[in-house]
Design a binder for this molecule. Structure first.
Ligand code: NAD
Ligand code: GLY
Length: 375
């Protein structure tokens, strides 16, 4: 398949199934109209993405004379107040139940606009147009929509599927390197939880990805979306296997919440959190030290943090982890590796093992990895 062509994957959810279009020029070549039912279209984006891509999208949707809503940029704006700004403008413009919202931006925009679509007039259509690597490989697919609460990340939200996901890999060219790395955290996750061969491919192709090699980026996005689509199709509402997509997130969300939303990028917190999950999987005897270290080395190669913040004690972690959405009957269920390429969700671990995980010397583990790779 040439790079110019579009790859179409399907999230198979019966009457709520939808396509994911992936390509280098998919803004221009995707069949937008097939996914727009009414006459009103509203593009919701932010102050950073608007100058980069809004004009192109408006051109594709010119027939609908789309309204635009431009929100402030940042995780700290993933709030009720910002959601209210969206509703204010939809109502002022007399948008009806057939309006289609277009979420143009990263995961913050996608999650928030998806939630707005779920709530506005009890549910309107929306299209995800993810522009960060993280949103292209993860947040735009699967219908998890949310805003943050001061007491917990993504705590207010809904499962609500889009009509389509349109991924134009060109958008990665303007993404800051730190944001690209944050997206790689979720890409690495797929290898760890579901595909040991893909993990090995990432080990061999990390430099190509960081250099934005078009074929490598496209393969990583396609493989990630295919794995996510398969898991979502099997368990849309996270009653089982979907929870494995949260590898590292229970520790990572604790980091994000404690540090203040936006201080650590989501992907950065996931990377450090996943290293903690790898350490715990190692302490439980599920993976070898060498496999744990391969994971740490890959996060380091992706230029991601592998050491949790120094100011977080075990008690602070536990306080945040008690609010995790996977908690059941007061027990913190964790996503760990059963082996490299296969995850489990479990509450079967001792308090001592968790304590040991929270107090392990990650600085020393990272230093050992850096030394062995000659950095
Ligand atoms: P983000 O949306 O904050 O985007 C990162 C930054 O990049 C922002 O400043 C954004 O404006 C900017 N940006 C976006 N596209 C750009 C481009 N092409 N060029 C230049 N700048 C660009 O962050 P993110 O990492 O995309 O998403 C993180 C959010 O996603 C978190 O809120 C997280 O909770 C959520 N998330 C949701 C799911 C889910 O399943 N719904 C999964 C993972 C993460
Ligand atoms: N990002 C985790 C999920 O979609 O379930």
């Amino acid at each position: 398949m040439s790079l110019a062509s579009i790859k179409t994957l399907t999230v198979d959810l019966a009457e709520r199934s939808y396509p994911i279009y992936i390509g280098q020029e998919s803004y221009q070549t995707s069949p937008w109209a097939e996914h727009i039912k009414g006459k009103q279209v509203v593009i919701v984006t932010n102050t950073t993405v608007a100058p980069l891509y809004l004009a192109t999208i408006k051109q594709q949707l010119a027939a609908y004379q789309p309204l635009e809503i431009i929100l402030p940029d940042g995780e700290s704006f993933k709030t009720w107040e910002t959601l209210q700004l969206i509703f204010d403008q939809l109502l002022q413009a007399h948008c009806d139940r057939k309006v289609t919202l277009v979420a143009l931006g990263g995961g913050v925009i996608g999650d928030m606009v998806g939630f707005a679509a779920a709530c506005y007039q009890r549910g309107v259509n929306f299209i995800q147009v993810p522009t960060t690597l993280l949103s292209q490989v993860d947040s735009s697919v699967g219908g998890k929509t949310a805003i943050n609460h001061p007491l917990g990340k993504n705590m207010i939200g809904a499962f609500y599927q889009p009509q389509a996901v349109i991924i134009d890999t060109h958008s990665l060219s303007t993404l800051p390197a730190k944001e690209f790395s944050a997206g790689l955290a979720e890409v690495i996750k797929y290898g760890l939880i579901a595909d040991a061969d893909f993990f090995a491919w990432l080990e061999n192709n990390m430099q190509a990805l960081l250099a934005l090699d078009a074929a490598a980026c496209r393969y990583a996005i396609e493989r990630s979306c295919a794995i996510k689509a398969r898991i979502v199709a099997a368990d849309e509402r996270e009653n089982g296997v979907r929870a494995t997509l949260n590898l590292g997130h229970t520790f990572g969300h604790a980091i994000e919440t404690e540090q203040g939303y936006g201080a650590w990028l989501h992907g950065e917190a996931v990377a450090a959190g996943t290293v903690m999950a790898l350490q715990m999987s190692y302490l439980l005897g599920n993976i070898s030290a060498a496999q744990r270290d391969r994971g740490i080395a890959l996060f380091i190669a992706a230029r991601l943090p592998v050491v949790p913040p120094q100011n977080m004690s075990a008690a602070t972690f536990l306080q945040h982890m008690a609010l995790d959405k996977k908690v059941q009957d007061g027990q913190i269920r964790l996503v760990l590796l059963a082996e490299l390429g296969q995850a489990i969700v479990t509450a079967e671990y001792s308090a001592e093992c968790l304590q040991q995980t929270l107090t392990s010397d990650y600085q020393a583990l990272a230093a050992a990895m850096q030394q062995s790779s000659g950095r």
